[in-house]
Design a protein around this ligand. Structure first.
Ligand code: ADP
Ligand code: MG
Length: 792
């Protein structure tokens, strides 16, 4: 601003004089008064000027007075019109001018004050605008915080959505079904995302533009502030200038007052005073010029100020507008930022869901691929296994067919075996006799005498012949088999095991042990079950039967075994397995007719024998039978004789009924195995028995004689077979005829003192042995046939 004043060409007071020169002040005033109210106000001053009476205070009281530039210039250019020597008038005019100048100066001061006030008010408004702006900023910050809170809430929602997604993962199988829909929705979401992205871009662009506008407005605001400060600086400069002018004015006034004071003194010295006046005029002119120039500058400054003010007003309006716009933009920005945040959050969540869906889809596709591969493999393996299965099935069918064939063949073979076995046994003879010579025992009396038993060594008789030497006479006997004293229990059993098999095949088998007391009957039949090697025929037979029944079980055979044990003492049956058995003494009494129980023997049409009141045990194990055998052994009545303290005086009959059923072939067998330990066959004279013992011996001999009679009758196929002659023969009736198998062991004691009894036994056995008719090899000599008669 100062430069403007400096650049301005200096105004010559003459030029001003020329500009206004010639025209009297009043005239100029008249020309100028035809205008604004301001001029009227100025004219009011002029009127006072006309009246000249009013003082300066009254003018001041007139209210606001405004000056135009021309008026000020006119006021400044005004000169005292009084005559050169009319000093009084001149002074009055001068005072008037000075008064008006004072008024003008006062107005200028007032204008300046109002300007300062306006500036201050502008400052205040600016501060309030700034406060508003800060307030808005704070609001924006709070909104931002709220938005952050909502963002955190949204994050929490995102977490909950994550959890939901985890749940959704459990619904994978449903997801497979929803796969297609999800794809579609994904496409739609992608579209939405694209549109949202576009919107986002637009919003971003808008945001950028708004930001740019805001920054430009802020720049403008800064520039305005700078401009305002420069204006303030200029104003302060002007004020300092004004102060200097005022100081000059006061100095001039002082000078004027000094001049006025000196005026009276100077009147006398007019010349000097005039000179002084001239000098003072010159000074005044200089001052006026100075003032003019200053006023010009002031007006220029005022104009500039006006312009600046207008500019400022415009700027303020613009700034207000801009502030409004900023507010709007901020609102828009806030809204758009909210929308943007929401959209960003939405798009973020959509992107997350999209990515999750993609991941899930990928996982599911992988799983599907794996599953399809597995399925393929499984299909391949299934087809493989199916073919294998078919092959196996085929093989199985073949095997089953073969098995059926084999079973059929086996059944046929079994039948054949049975037939063959039976044929062999028939060829061997349905009634066979084995001879067994026991070893010499320490108790035997004739230890040091010559041996009475000899075994022929000829090829024909080896193993089948036995010679008894008595009184120098050799008695040769031939049997189906002869066991010497060295023969073990096992060897003996081996020979009769085929008969046991026959019992399993459904035949009726009787195995007798015949011989004098102490000859080894019980040993042969029962043996010593506690030592395995000395087990007799009964336990071994039972073992074989159980083993065979178990092995035949594989072919579909089911066996049921029933066991009964009885003894026949004095032609009376006694149950050896009865739990409430009578004592030995009672038995004797029972025999003599005071018996309680009656064991009645009956035979049904199927050839089955029944003994009333007889205890029959169903057995399924060896253990059970051995305990029963023990029980029977304890129950067996034993009588003391001279021959053997433990010699049995009764026939012991062990019977096992074997019922076999084959459900597959619907075959049935009913076999019976009778193992009979006969009572001692010694003759009456040797035993030396009397009384009850005599009766016992007679009964035994009678029953043994009856047995031989029955066998003889059967062999001869006689019409009448005397089964009823003894209890024993009657009991065994079904097992002694037809296709039944009978084996008799004749036990011989090697003791020379027993030679007589041995001869009797051998003769008895030979008689039985001769019973097989029609088989060429079993021819027996008439001598042997006759020998039976000696036994009677
Ligand atoms: P029985 O029953 O005919 O009266 P035992 O069987 O009781 O005769 O036999 C009489 C004795 O001879 C017994 O002590 C028995 O152990 C013994 N004994 C019989 N036969 C044999 C044999 N083959 N080997 C060894 N000892 C035997
Ligand atoms: Mg005995």
């Amino acid at each position: 601003m100062a430069s403007r004043n400096q650049n301005r060409p200096p105004r010559s007071p003459n030029a001003k004089k020329e500009g206004l020169g010639g025209i009297p002040f009043d005239k100029r005033r008249k020309v100028e008064t035809q205008g604004t109210g301001r001029r009227q106000a100025f004219s009011a001053v002029n009127k006072q000027d006309v009246t000249m009476n009013s003082d300066v205070g009254s003018i001041e009281e007139c209210g606001k007075v405004e000056f135009t530039k021309d008026e000020v210039l006119a006021l400044l250019s005004e000169r005292a019109k009084a005559g050169k020597f009319d000093t009084k008038a001149k002074i009055e005019q001068m005072t008037d001018i000075i008064k008006r100048l004072k008024v003008c100066v006062k107005w200028f001061q007032q204008a300046d004050e109002t300007h300062v006030q306006e500036k201050e008010s502008l400052k205040v408004s600016l501060e309030s605008a700034e406060q508003k702006y800060n307030h808005k900023e704070l609001e924006a910050r709070t909104k931002e915080e709220e938005l952050q809170a909502t963002i955190s809430n949204l994050k929490e929602n995102v977490v909950s959505l994550h959890e939901k997604l985890a749940k959704e993962e459990s619904c994978k199988q449903d997801a497979i079904e929803c796969h297609r829909r999800e794809k579609e929705s994904r496409v739609a979401a992608e579209k939405v995302q694209a549109s949202l992205g576009e919107e986002l871009d637009k919003v971003k662009e808008e945001k950028m533009a708004a930001k740019q506008k805001v920054t430009s407005l802020e720049d403008m605001y800064k520039r305005l502030q700078e401009y305002n400060t420069s204006l303030q600086q200029y104003n302060s400069k002007l004020q300092t200038d004004l102060e200097t002018v005022r100081a000059a004015l006061t100095r001039a006034e002082k000078e004027k007052s000094s001049i006025l004071e000196n005026l009276s003194t100077l009147r006398g010295h007019s010349k000097s005073l005039q000179d002084q006046l001239a000098s003072s005029r010159v000074l005044q002119d200089d001052a006026i010029k100075q003032k003019d120039s200053l006023l010009l500058e002031v007006t220029n400054l005022r104009n500039e100020l006006q312009q600046v003010r207008d500019d400022r007003d415009r700027q303020v309006v613009q700034s207000q507008k801009l502030a409004e716009e900023i507010g709007k933009y901020q609102e828009n920005v806030g809204k758009s930022s909210q929308e943007l945040d929401i959209l960003i959050a939405k798009s973020g969540s959509l992107e997350e869901t999209c990515s999750l869906q993609k991941e899930r889809i990928n996982m599911l596709e992988q799983q599907l691929a794996i599953a399809s591969e597995r399925q393929k493999m499984a299909d391949a393996s299934v087809s493989l296994t199916r073919t294998e299965f078919e092959e196996q099935k085929h093989l199985l069918c073949e095997q089953q067919d073969r098995l059926a064939d084999m079973e059929h063949q086996l059944c046929e073979a079994e039948l054949l075996r049975k037939k063959l076995h039976n044929t062999i046994l028939e060829l061997k003879g349905n009634i066979r006799v084995f001879c067994r010579v026991r070893p010499l025992l320490p108790d035997d009396g004739g230890r040091h005498e010559a041996t009475v038993i000899a075994y022929p060594t000829s090829t024909e008789a080896r193993g089948r012949g036995v010679d008894l030497v008595q009184s120098g006479n050799k008695h040769p006997f031939t049997f189906d088999k002869v066991f010497n004293h060295e023969a073990s229990q096992e060897e003996v059993f081996f020979e009769i095991s085929q008969l046991v098999q026959s019992a399993l095949d459904g035949y009726k088998v009787c195995i007798f042990a015949y011989g004098q007391t102490g000859s080894g009957k019980t040993y042969t039949m029962m043996g010593r079950p506690e030592t395995p090697e000395q087990k007799g025929l009964i336990p071994r037979s039972l073992e074989q039967i159980f083993q065979a029944s178990q092995s035949l079980g594989a072919q579909g055979w089911k066996y049921k075994m029933q066991v009964s044990m009885l003894e026949i003492y004095n032609e009376t049956i006694r149950d050896l397995l009865s739990t409430n058995r009578t004592t030995s003494m009672e038995l004797v009494r029972a025999d003599s007719g005071t018996s309680g129980k009656q064991y009645t023997i009956t035979h049904d049409v199927n050839g089955h024998t029944h003994v009333s009141d007889l205890t029959i045990f169903d057995v399924c194990s060896i253990g059970k039978i051995s305990s029963l055998l023990q029980q029977a052994a304890q129950s067996r009545s034993v009588g003391k004789t001279q021959m053997n303290e433990q010699s049995s005086r009764s026939h012991f009959v062990f019977t096992m009924r074997i019922s076999g059923v084959n459900e597959s072939t619907e075959q049935q067998v009913q076999g019976v195995l009778n193992l009979i330990d006969l009572a001692g066959s010694e003759r009456l004279s040797k035993s030396g028995a009397t009384g009850d013992r005599l009766k016992e011996t007679q009964a035994i001999n009678k029953s043994l004689s009856a047995l031989s009679d029955v066998i003889f009758a059967l062999a001869k196929k006689e019409d009448h077979v005397p089964f009823r002659n003894s209890k024993l023969t009657y009991l065994l009736q079904p097992c002694l005829g037809g296709d039944s198998k009978t084996l008799m062991f004749v036990n011989i004691s090697p003791d020379p003192s027993s030679a007589g009894e041995s001869l009797c036994s051998l003769r008895f056995a030979a008689r039985v042995n001769a019973c097989e008719i029609g088989i060429p090899r079993r021819q027996t000599s008439t001598k042997l046939l006759d020998s039976r008669l000696s036994y009677g």
